[in-house]
Design a protein around this ligand. Structure first.
Ligand code: SF4
Length: 187
């Protein structure tokens, strides 16, 4: 039998887990066998990419009867070689977590309740507020120096943004005269 790199890493993982459990005097072989069987018995595997950050770690999505039943790191992906961080390990929850927010929620100033809004409404609202704030705060000079800026708007990027996204966002913000441009990779 030809042993692929992926199967080799799987076997290495099983071996090291068994060694640790064996050191504690536990026999986990039956549980391991049952888990593996449940997980892969009828599932089809699809290589995919974690959506949480621009690291681009590979994920194997296991699908059974049209439903995503399990995800795990893809050992064949050169970015992560089978590992996922805690966010990536929970990526299945983007698919079937009932608590996931899937629509725009808006709470108006002073209100205690959230309202469901459309994306068109949200984008128009943001555009209106950005223009209003920029118009009210735009400075052309500071002393004798031409600045053409607004200090009333800031931009905060998140980990899901890649180089190209950030390039465009920075261009857009600079075009508006925004000077506070930041990034936090763990959002
Ligand atoms: S969130 Fe974690 S698993 Fe997902 S791409 Fe980023 S580092 Fe990889």
């Amino acid at each position: 039998m030809r042993l692929s790199r992926r199967n080799l890493l799987k076997l290495a993982g099983v071996g090291s887990t068994a060694a640790v459990a064996g050191g504690l005097g536990l026999d986990v072989s039956q549980a391991q066998a049952a888990t593996t069987q449940i997980r892969i018995a009828r599932a089809r595997e699809y290589p995919s990419v974690c959506c949480f950050c621009s690291g681009g770690c590979g994920v194997i999505a296991q699908v059974m009867d049209g439903k995503l039943v399990h995800t795990e790191g893809d050992p064949d992906n050169p970015s992560n070689r089978g590992s996922n961080c805690s966010k990536g390990a929970a990526v299945q929850q983007t698919h079937d977590n009932p608590q996931r927010v899937t629509s725009v929620l808006y709470r108006s100033p002073g209100a205690s309740q959230w309202e469901v809004k459309s994306w068109d409404w949200a984008i128009n609202r943001m555009a209106h507020l950005v223009k209003k704030t920029r118009d009210e705060s735009f400075q052309t000079t500071a002393g004798d120096v031409t600045v053409n800026r607004t200090e009333a708007i800031g931009s905060l990027g998140s980990s899901i943004l890649n180089n190209e996204d950030l390039y465009l966002i920075t261009k857009f913000m600079r075009g508006l005269g925004v000077t506070y441009i930041e990034h936090q990779a763990r959002i």
